[in-house]
Every structure is written in C-alpha cells, then in structure tokens.
Write a protein of this length. Structure first.
Length: 118
C-alpha cells in the first residue's frame, strides 16, 4: 500500500527545535526526489527544502542555516531538522515525493502542523 506519512509536528517555543519525519511505503524512495513544503494560514504552499536521489540539497533562503533535510533510503524515510524556530515558521508541513524516472508521478502526505509560539 502506497503511503507518505508525516510526523513530528507540534507546539514549540521560539528558538526551539523540532524534527519532522516522512515515512514512505509502497514505492522505492531511492528513485524519488523528496521535498518538504509548508503552507501557513492564508498563504500559498511554498517549497522549504528538497533532496534529490543523490542527496543533493536545496533550501529556501528563509530557512538556510536553520533547517537540515536528510534521507535514509534503507528506511524509506526523510527528515527535516528544524532549529532556531521562529513564529513565521508556523505552518502545515507537507512531504512530497517525485519520481526521477517519471516526473509526473508525485505523492503527497497529509501534512503535520508546526506551531511556533510562546
């Protein structure tokens, strides 16, 4: 059964840290570029970070130096380590998987809420 499931969200104080996980099943994650997106209330969904099948990473400017994306193909899991969190990082975070063989094949998770507030 194909699944993409995010976990690890919750409430954290400004300056705190949190690690999100994206667990996949039903497909070979090694053959997919993986990415994290987020959507804040009233805003469009934006790309946060991506990691390709060779573990090359890209970050949006607003999270550079604070967030770290990684993947463990053997476990079929992707991670997002978030440090020095800010209130503006509050959003629903989504995991995305895009096939490197057939790029039109993409999968989304249901999202996990991250709230940064004191």
């Amino acid at each position: 059964q194909l699944q993409v499931v995010e976990s690890g969200g919750g409430l954290v104080q400004p300056g705190g840290s949190m690690r999100l996980s994206c667990a996949t099943s039903g497909f070979t994650m090694a053959n997919y570029a993986m990415a994290w997106f987020r959507q804040a209330p009233g805003k469009e969904r934006e790309g946060v970070s991506c990691i390709n099948s060779r573990a090359r990473t890209v970050y949006v400017d607003s999270v550079k130096g604070r967030f770290t994306i990684s993947r463990d193909n053997a476990k079929g899991t992707m991670y997002l380590q978030m440090n020095s969190l800010r209130p503006e990082d509050t959003a629903v975070y989504f995991c995305n998987a895009q096939s490197v063989i057939t790029p039109s094949t993409t999968y989304w998770g249901q999202g996990t809420q991250v709230t940064v507030s004191s």
